[in-house]
Design a binder for this molecule. Structure first.
Ligand code: DOR
Ligand code: ZN
Length: 429
């Protein structure tokens, strides 16, 4: 199928593009980019007033399949991803069975190929069963298409174990993604330790419980030479640690979520809304500001959601019993446009770096640009569309979105994955 995508404002900083042009797609690739392209034998899609950017990739997503299909499936959560404007997601390995061997990687890929609405790049576990004791089958997983390693959902507790993971796994040239959480220090912490935990009478999850492992893993990246990526960074000192590591020239990157930038511990009130129970927890306003400062100055490389669907009955339990995590993949583009781009904190080009270019680079994926020859993975959004998160429900199987009810402006309208349209006029195909 050939498409002529007409008159959108194209933003692609990697190729120096920022202006109105036409994009012609034939098969899975872009064949021509320019002004007033001829429509011969193409389906013309009129996009004036909209933005067209290299396809967004969310590099931190829980699809839940296999094993937790009552929370979400590869079909339902990639449907949510397409609705949010994503062309690809990196799936986390805390499935059941854990994605710690090639067979599970193959399973995720095959279900995604059959039922998925975007590309799925599986991350493999660092350790068998996420237990932090025995190395996972890293080579087998890479052979089957794993793009990175992480024990996300948990941190690797032992420094020696993390060192062995990095020393062994670095031969595959993949990035180690670290969910930084010292379990001995964090214990049963429910919310940020400090004003919030005191006010609500809940056990605290101190910032140090995250920062200790960030510092440790940076030291291990220095020791082993392995590539390190800090997941869902949430504290001011954590951002400072990554900034210093980068200044030192270490191969360290990090990501931040909309909820750690645009929500704070103050949002958790006496209603004990369990949608706001996330790991790491919502922090202070000063922490959120520091994370945003990192987004602005380049310390933060990627914006991700940590999209974590849970069943309604799980989230409707008491705060201490409810699982950590919120969904967000249907809202993240809108939240970034509303809270960062519209306010002038970052421009569209920086947004494309954070949500498209850098995630692909960190995961070692083929780069995508709005240029002839590139894979036609493209996201189109209307920057002027005002809507309320959750007003029409969610494509995700779950509805535990912490931004439910927020007024936002900007929404994905059309998405192409390898030249195939997956979202048309806001409807998932
Ligand atoms: O809030 C979270 N939920 N953080 C994690 O690290 C894991 C995730 C989940 O799997 O639900
Ligand atoms: Zn995590």
């Amino acid at each position: 199928m050939a498409f002529l995508l007409k008159g959108a404002h194209v933003v692609d900083p990697a190729n120096g593009l920022d202006g109105i042009m036409d994009v012609k797609v034939d098969g899975e690739r872009i064949v021509e980019v320019g002004e007033n392209l001829s429509a011969d034998a193409c389906e013309v899609i009129e996009l004036s007033g909209k933005y067209l950017v290299p396809g967004l990739v969310d590099m931190h997503v829980h699809l839940r399949e296999p094993g937790y299909e009552h929370k979400g499936t590869i079909e339902s959560e990639t449907r949510a991803a397409a609705k949010g404007g994503m062309t690809g997601v990196c799936s986390m390995p805390n499935t059941d069975p854990v994605t710690d061997n090639g067979t599970v990687v193959e399973y995720v890929k095959s279900v995604a190929a059959r039922e998925g609405h975007c590309r799925v790049f599986p991350a493999g576990a660092c350790s068998k069963g996420l237990k932090g004791e025995i190395l996972s089958e890293m080579g087998d997983m890479v052979a089957h298409g794993a793009v990175a390693f992480t024990d996300d959902g948990r941190g690797v507790q032992g420094a020696g174990m993390m060192r062995r993971c990095m020393d062994y796994g670095k031969m595959f040239n993949k990035t180690f993604m670290s969910h930084a959480q010292d379990e001995d220090l964090v214990g049963e912490g429910q919310v940020n330790e400090g004003v919030c935990s005191t006010r609500l009478g809940l056990l605290g999850w101190p910032a140090e419980g995250e920062e200790i492992q960030i510092a440790r893993d940076i030291a291990l990246a220095r020791l082993t030479g392995a590539k390190l990526h800090i997941q869902h960074i949430s504290t001011a000192r954590g951002v400072e640690l990554v900034r210093a590591a980068k200044a030192e020239g270490l191969p360290v990157t990090c990501e931040a979520t909309p909820h750690h930038m645009f929500l704070t511990e103050d949002a958790i009130t006496g209603t004990y809304d369990t949608r706001l129970k996330v790991n790491p927890p919502l922090r202070t306003a000063a922490d959120a500001e520091a994370v945003i400062a990192g987004v602005v100055d380049g310390t933060v490389d990627a914006i991700v959601t940590d999209h974590a669907p849970h069943a309604a009955w799980e989230k409707s339990r008491e705060f201490e019993l409810a699982p950590f995590g919120m969904t967000g993949i249907e809202a993240s583009l809108a939240l970034v446009l509303t809270n960062l781009v519209a306010k002038g904190t970052i421009d569209y080009g920086r947004m494309v770096e954070l949500m498209s270019i850098n995630p692909r680079r960190i995961l070692g994926l083929e780069p995508v640009g709005v240029v002839a020859g590139s894979l036609a993975d493209l996201t189109v959004f209307n920057p002027a569309c005002s809507w309320t998160v959750g007003e029409d429900g969610y494509e995700s199987k779950a509805d535990n979105c912490g931004f439910d009810g927020c007024a936002v402006t900007g929404r994905a309208t059309d998405v192409f994955v390898g030249g195939k349209q997956t979202l048309r006029d806001g409807v998932v195909l």
